[in-house]
Design a protein around this ligand. Structure first.
Ligand code: KG4
Ligand code: ZN
Length: 410
């Protein structure tokens, strides 16, 4: 099965094309009461192409993602990105100009108000390329969670493509995308068939991004329960806000990380101790807004008369902030492992690129003797590969409890 993935939940416009298959006798093992401990049979995936157009630079002027700008950029980027993705990809059939027009025109009317940039990019130049129906089976699109105006561009784009090409649409949860994305070894060269890791269950998922901080009990692929989440800011958001207070560009995570590593190398000690929020709350929830406020006060109280910060102080505070965030995540992850007696740790989301967090996660995995799945480079940030993958898994007959294909609400 060939799935086109579309992701526009935040500030990355992403498209991917993947092929998936179920391997030999393992097909449907779950239904026959096969390995109950296993997430799925031998499900294999081959990445044909995965493209990500990041808008981070545009948003950096605002110190965070600006939803209307994200929406406009997705509208502009999707068609050119799709053209690039499908360049030299086999065509199934050719639509006549009349066929294309009759389907496209009502969408153009409907969306000229809500998505003018998308409508504009669907103009004459795009028409000939859109009339070539690609040899794909379905279209997976992120339906949430994310920034509402941004999400709708991707959903509307999927609706348009689904209608003109007559392909079913599979709505995908962005966070499920992060989970399944981490189970694939995407460092393998594109085109190589690879198995989705068959993980011992239940697994605990730690999802850490700019919009989310969640602990998830994974009973099977497709069966998730959120067992802990942030009450306010997401951890990535806290990194971004702390970075802004330190005068660092957006997205701030990698910059904080860099300064923090320098502080470690220099053996710098922060004169200010930051809180480790909610570590004694007795539950699996997080709160990062207090940590950000503590950084705000630390910066205010230690700024020079001209408002600037001493370099050494900045590095030491970045290190203290990173340590506080990582220690909090680690502590809650430990509690979650104990609570659900997890057999595997799966980590997803942009913050999982953080080196200090990765080191801590490896330590925890070793200590508990559990397999640890971290996203590889290509899927640690937002991407459509993971969305296509979750969409493809959604269609498996042997996981009938997951949403049916082609949800009408789209
Ligand atoms: O998953 P993602 O790409 O997009 C969202 O869905 O939000 O995550 C982006 C977040 C940003 O807040 C960014 O600062 C953070 O991931 N991030 C990091 C690192 N790299 C990216 N945070 C800490 N350390 C990093 N190395
Ligand atoms: Zn994400």
């Amino acid at each position: 099965m060939i799935t086109l993935g579309i992701e526009t939940s935040c500030d990355e416009t992403a498209l991917a094309l993947i092929e998936t298959r179920r391997n030999g006798n393992k097909m449907g093992d779950d239904d026959k009461g096969g390995d109950a401990n296993s997430a799925h049979g031998a499900f294999e995936c081959r990445v044909i192409s995965s493209l990500v157009h990041s808008q981070a630079e545009l948003h950096s002027a605002y110190g965070g993602v600006f939803p209307t700008l994200a929406k406009r950029e997705h509208g502009k980027n999707l068609v050119p990105l799709l053209r690039k993705l499908l360049d030299s990809y086999p065509t199934e059939r050719q639509l006549s100009a009349g066929e294309l027009d009759s389907t496209l025109t009502p969408f153009k009317k409907e969306l000229s108000g809500p998505n003018p940039d998308l409508v504009e990019s669907l103009g004459v130049a795009a028409a000939s390329f859109l009339s070539k129906v690609p040899a794909i089976d379905n279209i997976a699109v992120t339906e949430g969670p994310g920034l509402e105006p941004a999400l709708w561009v991707g959903i509307n784009f999927a609706r348009i493509l689904g209608a003109i090409w007559n392909k079913p649409i599979v709505p995908v949860d962005h966070m499920e995308g992060h989970i399944v994305g981490s189970l694939l070894d995407t460092e393998a060269p594109y085109g190589t068939w690879q198995k989705l890791a068959d993980i011992p269950l239940p697994a605990v998922g730690l999802l850490v991004s700019g919009g989310h901080t969640e602990l998830v009990k994974i009973s099977s692929i497709g069966k998730y329960e959120i067992i802990g989440k942030t009450k306010d800011d997401a951890v990535g958001e806290a990194f971004d806000k702390a970075a802004r207070l330190l005068g660092l560009p957006y997205p701030g995570g990698p910059h904080i990380s860099r300064l923090s590593a320098e502080a470690s190398e220099l053996g710098l000690e922060s004169p200010v101790k930051l809180p480790r929020p909610m570590i004694h709350s007795g539950d699996l929830d997080f709160s990062f807004s207090g940590l950000k406020t503590a950084v705000l006060y630390a910066v205010r109280n230690n700024a020079k008369p001209d408002g600037s910060l001493d370099d050494t102080f900045k590095k030491a505070l970045a290190h203290e902030f990173e340590s506080a965030a990582v220690e909090t995540l680690a502590m809650k992850l430990r509690s979650a492992i104990d609570t659900i007696d997890a057999k595997t740790i799966v980590v997803g989301g942009g913050v999982s690129a953080n080196a200090m967090l990765r080191k801590e996660l490896e330590k925890i995995a070793k200590e508990y003797g559990l397999p640890l799945y971290l996203p590889s480079r290509h899927v640690s940030g937002d991407n459509a590969l993971m969305i296509a993958l979750a969409g493809a898994l959604d269609n498996r007959e042997y996981h009938g409890h997951i949403k049916a294909q082609g949800t009408k609400s789209l």
